[in-house]
Design a protein around this ligand. Structure first.
Ligand code: ARG
Length: 567
C-alpha cells in the first residue's frame, strides 16, 4: 500500500476536467516542496490546450467546484495551480500505521508486488579476468547491486549477471609472460596482483617474437589445448577468488558468471540469421552490419581472420538471455564510454526483427577518479578498489574511536561505516555524472553522506532504547508541528522514491531520499522534545522515531548499506 497514492487518488476523484482521464489527473498531482500553499498541487498548465483556457482560469474554476470534507481541508487556486491542504493528522496516522504494522521486525515498507511474474536481467560489474579490479569498477558494481535490490523489493525476479571479460588475445599474452618470467609459487602467493604484474611487464618488455608466441597461445586456448587452458583457468580462479572477497564485503551477489567465453560457441546461429536476413556485408574481408543510415559506424561481427568480436559475443549473450530468462527488461550497467557499442547492439537486434530489443537498456554511468588524479592500467599505476575500501574503513575506525572511544564492536561498526561511505559516495550523484572521490567528503558526519544517514539511524535507535518502557503502540496523532509534518510527508513518499528509482534506473533517488529524511528527522529531533514531551505528544513522537529508523534502514539497505545500532 502506498499512502501518498491513496491521497492522490482521493483528490483526483474530486476533480473533473473535460476530456482528461482521472488517471492522468492523478499522475499530475504533485507534492509541493513548500507546504505553506498546500500539501498537494495540481498544475493546470497542461490542460490549457484541451480546454482552450488560461491555466489561472482553469485553476479558479476547478477550485470553485470542489467541496471540502474531512480529508480535503482547504482548496485554493494560485497562479495556475490548484492547491490542496489535507488532513495532516490523518496522513500521519495512515503513514505510521503502514510503516509500523510491517515495520520494526519485517521491514517491508516501500516494497510492492508490481513486478511479480516479471524477470529483470542485470549485467553489472562484469570483471575482466587477470586485470585489476580498480576504482573504475566501483560504480558498475554498486549501481548494479542497488538496482538488483530495488527490483527485487518491487517484486521482480532478478538475474544478476557478471559478464566476465574472459576472452581475448590478452590471455595469450599472459600465458606467454608467465611462461617466460613467472613461477607458480609467486603467482599463488601474489594472486591477481602477481598476474597483473606479468601483464604489465609483457606490455612494456615483450619482443616481436613473444608477441607471435602470445598469438599462438591464444590460438591454443581456443583450440582446447590442455596446458594453455589449465593456466587460463588458474588465472580465472585467482581473479574470481579475489573479487568475490570484495563482493562479499560490499554485499554484492550474482546469479550467473557466464562471461564472454561462455558465448564463444553460441555465436553461429546469430551470424547465420544475420546472413539469412541479408544484414551481413563484407567489407575489407570483415563481416559487418552496415548502420550508416542510422548515423552509426558499422557493427563489426567477424574480423577478416574470422575472429569474433566483443559485439558478436554480446549479440549471442542477448539471444541467450532472452531464451533462458524471457526478461521483461535486460539492463547493462556499463560506463558511458560504451554508449556506441550498446546503441549498435540494440539496433542490430532491432534489424533482426527482435521486438524485445526495446526492452534492452544501457544504464550508462560516469567516471570515478580520485582527488589526486587519474590512473592507467597499461602502466600499472592503478587504484585498486580493495585499497579504497580498506582506507575508508581505517579512516572510519579513527573517527569512531575519537568520537566514542567506549563503543563496543568498533571494528564491526567501522566496517559498516567505511564500506557504506564508499557505496554511498558512488551512488549519491546522478549516475551519469563524473565523480571525484574524496575520502574526507564521503566520511563526513555532517555532509550529505552515508555516514550522516547511518548516524541519524543510530540516533533514532538510541531514543527508542531509552523509550523501552514506554508503551507507545497506542499513540494518537496530536495537532502536528511543521517539523513533525515534514517527517511524515517524507516518510509517506518513500514508496514513490523506490518506484521512481527503478523506473529511471537511478539509485541516487534513494540516496537523496535518505539524506532528505535524515535532515528532516534531525530538525524534528533538535526542535521537539521526544522522551520529555507531554503525554499527548510523547507516544506519537516515539512512533515517528521508530518509523524513521525503519524507513531509513530500508532505504540504506536497498543501496547495500548496513546500519549499526550504535555509533
Ligand atoms: N568487461 C567489460 C569491460 O570491462 C564490460 C562488460 C559489460 N557487459 C557486456 N555485456 N558487454 O569493459
Amino acid at each position: 500500500m502506498n499512502v501518498i497514492m491513496d491521497y492522490k487518488k482521493y483528490i483526483a476523484e474530486k476533480i473533473n476536467v473535460d476530456g482528461v482521464a482521472a488517471a492522468e489527473i492523478e499522475a499530475a498531482i504533485a507534492l509541493p516542496p513548500n507546504t505553506e500553499l498546500g500539501d498537494y498541487a495540481l498544475p493546470c498548465f497542461k490542460f490549457a490546450k484541451i480546454l482552450r483556457k488560461a491555466p489561472v482560469k482553469i485553476a479558479e474554476e476547478l477550485a470553485a467546484q470542489i467541496t471540502c470534507d474531512n480529508v480535503i481541508k482547504e482548496v485554493s487556486a494560485v497562479n495556475g495551480y490548484l492547491n490542496f491542504k489535507i488532513d495532516k493528522e490523518g496522513l500521519a496516522k495512515d503513514t505510521l500505521a503502514e510503516i509500523l504494522k510491517i515495520g520494526v521486525m519485517g521491514g517491508e515498507y516501500g516494497s510492492s508486488t508490481e513486478g511479480n511474474g516479471k524477470t529483470v536481467c542485470i549485467d553489472y560489474s562484469s570483471v575482466n579476468i587477470a586485470k585489476p579490479f580498480h576504482i573504475g569498477h566501483l560504480s558498475t558494481t554498486v549501481l548494479g547491486s542497488a538496482l538488483y535490490k530495488i527490483y527485487e523489493f518491487l517484486g521482480y525476479k532478478v538475474v544478476g549477471i557478471n559478464h566476465l571479460g574472459d576472452y581475448g588475445t590478452q590471455f595469450g599474452k599472459l600465458i606467454c609472460a608467465y611462461k617466460h618470467w613467472g613461477n607458480k609459487e609467486e603467482v599463488e602467493k601474489g594472486g591477481i596482483h602477481a598476474v597483473n604484474d606479468l601483464y604489465v611487464r609483457f606490455n612494456s618488455e615483450a619482443t616481436e617474437e613473444m608477441e607471435a608466441e602470445a598469438r599462438e597461445y591464444f590460438r591454443l586456448i581456443e583450440s582446447g589445448d590442455r596446458e594453455a587452458n589449465e593456466i587460463f583457468e588458474w588465472f580465472k580462479s585467482l581473479t574470481l577468488a579475489y573479487v568475490n572477497k570484495i563482493y562479499e564485503r560490499l554485499g554484492v551477489k550474482f546469479d550467473s558468471y557466464n562471461g564472454e567465453r561462455f558465448y564463444s560457441d553460441k555465436m553461429q546461429p546469430v551470424i547465420d540469421e544475420l546472413e539469412e536476413k541479408g544484414l551481413l556485408k563484407t567489407s575489407e574481408g570483415a563481416k559487418i552490419v552496415d548502420l550508416e543510415s542510422y548515423g552509426m559506424p558499422p557493427c563489426l561481427i567477424l574480423r577478416s581472420d574470422g575472429a569474433s568480436l566483443y559485439a558478436t559475443r554480446d549479440l549471442a549473450a542477448a539471444y541467450y538471455r532472452k531464451a533462458n530468462y524471457d526478461f521483461y527488461k535486460c539492463l547493462y550497467v556499463v560506463a558511458y564510454q560504451q554508449n556506441l557499442h550498446f546503441k549498435q547492439i540494440f539496433k542490430v537486434l532491432e534489424l533482426l526483427g527482435k521486438d524485445w530489443a526495446k526492452d534492452m537498456v544501457h544504464v550508462a554511468y560516469g567516471m570515478v577518479s580520485l582527488e589526486d588524479g587519474a590512473m592507467s592500467t597499461r602502466k600499472g599505476k592503478v587504484v585498486w578498489l580493495e585499497d579504497v575500501i580498506e582506507k575508508c574503513v581505517e579512516k572510519a575506525y579513527t573517527v569512531i574511536n575519537e568520537k566514542n572511544p567506549a563503543l563496543e564492536n568498533k571494528r564491526e561498526i567501522a566496517e559498516k561505516v567505511g564500506v557504506g561511505s564508499v557505496i554511498f559516495g558512488a551512488l549519491y550523484n546522478n549516475k551519469i555524472k563524473d565523480i571525484v572521490f574524496s575520502y574526507d567528503k564521503v566520511l563526513s558526519f555532517e555532509g550529505e553522506t552515508g555516514v550522516y544517514c547511518q548516524y541519524t539511524c543510530a540516533r533514532a535507535n538510541s531514543v527508542l532504547q531509552k523509550a523501552e518502557n514506554v508503551d507507545w503502540s497506542q499513540f494518537a496523532v496530536p495537532e502536528l508541528l511543521p517539523q513533525e509534518y515534514e517527517v511524515i510527508k517524507t516518510l509517506a513518499s518513500f514508496p514513490d522514491a523506490v518506484k521512481e528509482a527503478a523506473e529511471k534506473f537511478e539509485p541516487s533517488i534513494i540516496a537523496r531520499y535518505a539524506v532528505d529524511l535524515s535532515q528532516k528527522f534531525n530538525k524534528f529531533y533538535f526542535d521537539c522534545k521526544i522522551l520529555t514531551a507531554e503525554e499527548g505528544a510523547k507516544a506519537f513522537r516515539i512512533a515517528l522515531t521508530a518509523a524513521t529508523k525503519q524507513t531509513l534502514t530500508n532505504a540504506l539497505g536497498l543501496l547495500g548499506i548496513g546500519v549499526p545500532e550504535k555509533m
